[in-house]
Design a protein around this ligand. Structure first.
Ligand code: GLP
Length: 234
């Protein structure tokens, strides 16, 4: 693992945006795995700026988001569809047929999950997967568990995750209790991974990077991946 400690959120955002921009410049048809949450916001802002300054071209980029809440309409302001459109897709020249987010309204969730993994495979796999991390070590929405779940699946959210997510909702009762998430296997198959963690995540980063590999800390499996960069505020 390549571990980069930075002093503040601005530096984290800059560093991560540089890594992502480098990937797109090296391979304009990159397949990116994208994350949501508050941490990537500064990164997306910088990528949009690089596009506006004509330094980056997203026309050949394909993306797959990590996860989506079950039961939220894409127009719902708390859905990850809405988040991605407003923070990134609406502001860059990405082809709208090339970005993918799991459909949390799918009638057959299992079929949706299978189809999602299939689409990633057909796209040639993910070149660079961006990850945030939850305080309990979840990546995507892979919560602490007794084993690592391989493929995209429906996840029951931890109470601590629901509580953490509630800051984006009017009321905690509005936070969905389940979500569709890429599995740990889907994530591990990415050719390279960029994990970003902002203030207050030092403890879980220590466990992830130096602790035992344990499904109770889902991110700890990243220790076995051959190309992971961790940028964290410490
Ligand atoms: C949610 C998302 C994760 C994200 C996490 C941390 O659970 N599903 O992908 O990493 O939040 O979010 P934040 O960056 O806001 O701390």
């Amino acid at each position: 693992m390549n571990i980069i400690q930075v002093s503040d959120y601005q530096k984290l955002s800059e560093m991560a945006a540089v890594i992502i921009a480098g990937q797109i410049l090296r391979k304009p048809s990159s397949v990116l795995g994208l994350a949501t949450g508050s941490t990537p916001l500064g990164i997306y802002e910088r990528l949009v700026k690089l596009y506006q300054e004509k330094c980056l071209n997203f026309s050949q980029v394909t993306s797959f988001n990590l996860d989506e809440y079950c039961g939220l309409d894409p127009q719902n302001h708390q859905s990850y569809h809405y988040y991605m459109q407003n923070h990134l897709f609406f502001h860059i020249n990405m082809d709208e047929t090339k970005f993918h987010i799991p459909n949390g309204l799918a009638e057959d969730i299992e079929a949706e999950c299978k189809a999602y993994d299939e689409k990633i495979k057909q796209a040639g796999g993910i070149d660079l997967q961006i990850l945030g991390i939850g305080h309990n070590g979840h990546i995507g929405f892979n919560e602490p568990a007794h084993s690592f779940l391989y493929g995209t699946h429906q996840e029951i959210l931890d109470e601590s995750t629901i509580k953490a997510s509630s800051r984006f909702f009017e009321d905690i009762s509005q936070v969905p209790t389940t979500a569709i998430s890429m599995g740990i296997g889907t994530i591990m198959e990415a050719k390279s991974i960029l994990l970003v963690a902002s203030e207050g995540k030092q403890e879980i980063i220590q466990k992830t990077v130096y602790g035992p590999i344990d499904p109770q800390v889902p991110a700890s499996l990243l220790q076995l991946h051959k190309d992971v960069t961790v940028v964290y505020v410490g």
